[in-house]
Design a protein around this ligand. Sequence first.
Ligand SMILES: [Zn+2]
Length: 313
Amino acid sequence: MNRSAVKIGISLIILLAMIPLYYFFNPAVAKEKASTSKNEKSELHAKASAAPKKQAEQKDAANESQKKDQEDITAANKNEETVKEESVTTETASSDVTKEIQRDFLVVIDPGHQRHANVGKEPVGPGAAETKMKVTGGTSGVATGKPEYQLALEASLILGELLEKQGVKVIYTRKTHDVNLSNKERAEFANQNRADLFIRIHADGSTDKSVSGLSVLTPAKNDPYTKAIYEESLKASQLILDETKKNTAVKVNGISYRSDLSGFNWSQVPSTLVEMGFMSNPVEDRNLSDPTYLTNLLTNVADGILQYASLKK
Ligand SMILES: [Zn+2]
């Protein structure tokens, strides 16, 4: 044997030995690669599925809270009184505010008339064929020359302040003279705010200058539009009248039952109207423009309202 034959022999042996080695290592590498890519894939899959899972969780939470809200509404409808007294921790901030308003006694004060009358017509009550002027100009003081709409707002703001001092919630239908609010709209404002009492502030006028005195107007018993509010309105009207009678400086005439007033007929909440006195009477007109007399009188009106409010507690 020569040396080159030995070299070829060794080379062949090495080559032959590499064949199984190749097969041994190659499938292993391939298997490992496949397994790594599978791991990456499943990790990606996990990442991808995590997002929808999170969304699903949020959706569930949203559904849960919606369900809770619906339950709350149902509970509120079932028993408003009970819900009022219950803890409000699960409620939203806005419904807390609403409840706070409902918990307090709410008076809607309507200062009668406005700077410019609206001679347009509106039905005197829901479904009525008969119509009436939307809002009249009101009377004016024979001695002071003051228009009724001005006195009504002055008095309303004093009354509101007196009530607020006693913890009563007050909303006004108007705080300026330049509004366009019909009597129907004023009543609807009280309805929308679910007022515990709707009080309208006016002053009287007569062609007879000697006529004087305060009157409280209340819905009439035979009025088809105010059947639901007749009794409560009368209760409030009577209490206000009784308190004003205690004031020796004020002449008090009594209660007047009315079925012709749109401001009562459109109201779904207890309603009353104070005619503070006659602006056609020079003495009473001057008195009504005297802040001391007016505040004194309105203190009696406020006391009557507070007595009515105390019945509701
Ligand atoms: Zn008036």
